[in-house]
Write a protein that binds this ligand. Structure first.
Ligand code: MG
Length: 159
């Protein structure tokens, strides 16, 4: 039995007038995340955790943020490609634990929908996908809604 731990962190700037994609779904919000892809900070943190656990470098190594083929891309596609790499290396996911730091909107009502999307892509039960929502207590860029951050930890096991 070969267990591998991984973690990932991602940050995106927030701006008004663009859509907010988080955890593979679109969320009603006056602020959206800015990025080369759809800027889904949670899927990016999870992708980096998975890549790290499998020692497969990082998301920017596989999907360059200057490559036109990834412009505006749905991050679910990136996460699916990450899972192909993880499976190819002989691992499957045991569980994910994650936290999104965002002052507004409230994310808790959206968490079940995000869990469903992520569990499907990772090919695990819903119970294996934990998503926590936290604010930054109105402090610094995250608390002032100028940016959003996500942390993710994962455990892989040899398939
Ligand atoms: Mg990112």
């Amino acid at each position: 039995m070969n267990l591998r731990i991984g973690y990932g962190i991602d940050v995106h700037r927030l701006e008004t007038g663009i859509p907010l994609f988080l955890g593979g779904i679109q969320i009603e919000s006056d602020l959206g995340a800015v990025g080369h892809s759809d800027a889904d900070v949670l899927l990016h943190a999870i992708s980096d955790a998975l890549l790290g656990a499998a020692n497969l470098r990082d998301i920017g190594y596989h999907f360059s943020d200057t490559d036109p083929q990834f412009k505006g891309i749905d991050s679910k596609i990136l996460l699916e490609r990450v899972m192909e790499l993880v499976f190819d290396k002989g691992y499957k996911v045991v569980n994910i634990d994650s936290t999104v730091i965002m002052e507004r909107p409230k994310l808790n009502p959206h968490i079940p929908a995000m869990q469903e999307v992520i569990a499907r892509i990772l090919q695990v039960d819903l119970d294996a996908v934990s998503i926590k929502a936290s604010t930054h207590e109105k402090v610094d860029s995250f608390g002032e809604s100028r940016a959003v951050k996500a942390y993710a930890a994962c455990l892989l096991i040899s398939a």
